[in-house]
Structure formats: C-alpha cells, structure tokens
Design a protein around this ligand. Sequence first.
Ligand code: ZN
Length: 295
Amino acid sequence: MSSVNRVMTARDGYRGSRHHARARRRQARRRRRRAKFRVKLVKWSGAAALGVVATVMLVQPEGDGRASAAASLRDRSVPIAASTPEHQPAPVKPRQTLITAKRPAPPKLVRQPEPARPNVVRTTGRLAVVPGSTPARGTGRTLTYRVETESGMSFSGPALAATIHGILTDPRGWQPIEAVRFERTDRPDADLRIIIATPQLTDRLCSPLITGGELSCRVHDRVVLNAKRWAYAVPAYAGQLTAYRSYLVNHEVGHALGFGHSQCGAPGAPAPVMMQQTKGLQGCRPNPWPSVNPT
Ligand SMILES: [Zn+2]
C-alpha cells in the first residue's frame, strides 16, 4: 500500500458516520413521503367512493339512503350507466314542428247594397203618360187606352205599359169574351186611362168611392191601380204577384166593360174575376182571368 493509499483515520471514521446518518435521514424522508402519499391515496379513494355513492343516490333517490356507499356499490353488479330500463332517461324525442293547417281565408265581407224599396207611397200628385203605342191584335171593336203613372215612383213606365198590354190581350182575358181588342195609345182621347198611382193619389182619383189607401177602383174613364197593391199584392196571392197584377187589371177593366161585383160560388172553386179578391177569397181559389168558369 502506497503512501497515497487512503488510510482509515479518525477523520475518515467521522466522515463515515456522517454518511450513514444522511442515508438514514433520506430513508426516513422517503418513508414519510410514502406514508403521506398513502394517506392522500386513502383520502382520494374515499372521496371518489363518496362521489360514486352520491351519484347512485341521485340516480335512485327512492333507494335506502342509509345504505352505505359500499353496499350500494356491492348491490350494483352492473355499471350505473347500464341501470334498469325504468331508470333510464326517456329518449329525447326530436323536436316536433307543429304545422297548423292554414284556415281557408274567410270570404271577403262585402256589404251588398240593399235592394231599393220601390217608392209606391210618396206622392207627387202629378201624372205622366207613358209615351208610345201598341197596336191591337185580334178581331172585335177596338178599345183604346193610355197608361199614366204618378211621377216620382220607382216603376218603369214602358215596363208597366208592356205588362198591362200583355194582360189585356191575353187569350184568357176579356178580348174573346167581349169581342174587343185593346190598343195602347198615348193620345189624350183614349177611351180609358189606366193609372198607377200612390195610395194617396188613388184615393183622390177614386173619389167618391172609398179606397182607403188600400184598394183600387174604376171611376168614369179612369182605371186607377193602387201602386201599393201593384208592388206587394195581398196575402191571398202570396208569392203570386204576376197573377195578382193580372187580377187587378182584369177586375177594374171589367168594371169599365160594364161588369159589377160577384161572389165566390163554392168553397174551393176559382174566384170570379169580378169578385173583390183584394178583400178576401171567401173560400175560393185565386183566379185572375175572366175566361175561367167560376162554377
Ligand atoms: Zn171592383
């Protein structure tokens, strides 16, 4: 052994002792760190277990809350995610879009103009002759007439004249019975004046006969037709305005031809045209034509 060889000295012994002391301290520190780590590990494991228990209790709140977490975990042989179907959350349905069928558009409200009520009552007291003429048809003596209307009423003069002429020349009318033929004219020397007038003027033109604003009449050469009756007829002729107008013309012209009033022959029989059908039918049926045999 050379001089350089290390010789165990007292100093060396001291150093060796210090070396062993440091090694022991390091081992002690390692043990403390391992111990601390085990403590942390235990705490962490406990917290994790509590978290799992809490989750189980939330998922199954109706369960026994006093059961330990370990028992809860022990009872569950399957993962929580694979819990029984009744505890599975309902599948989320896709959001449905409610489609409401469109209502059909309501019909457009359009206020319909009310049909103007014909003026048959407001009197002006002035008469106007319907211009024009209509030749007679058939054979027999000619009886001329002119049509006059009270001014201010809603009737069309030419339409009135056409209607009246059609009634007078109807084969069921007076022409074949009396061997006459009616000719319309606008001349002042006409044999007859057929006048459509308001109730008020009718009463004046019919005087001394009493028409009371409701009836029509024949006085001298005047056949006066009450415009109120012409427009609305009477209940006995409900829905038969055309027939009632024919009755009105034939009845009043019948007076001009010399006929007086007659009565209902038998219940259910056609009413004689010279019966005052405006006042009632006495059991007869409406009849506007003189050619109909009243029996
Ligand atoms: Zn009469």
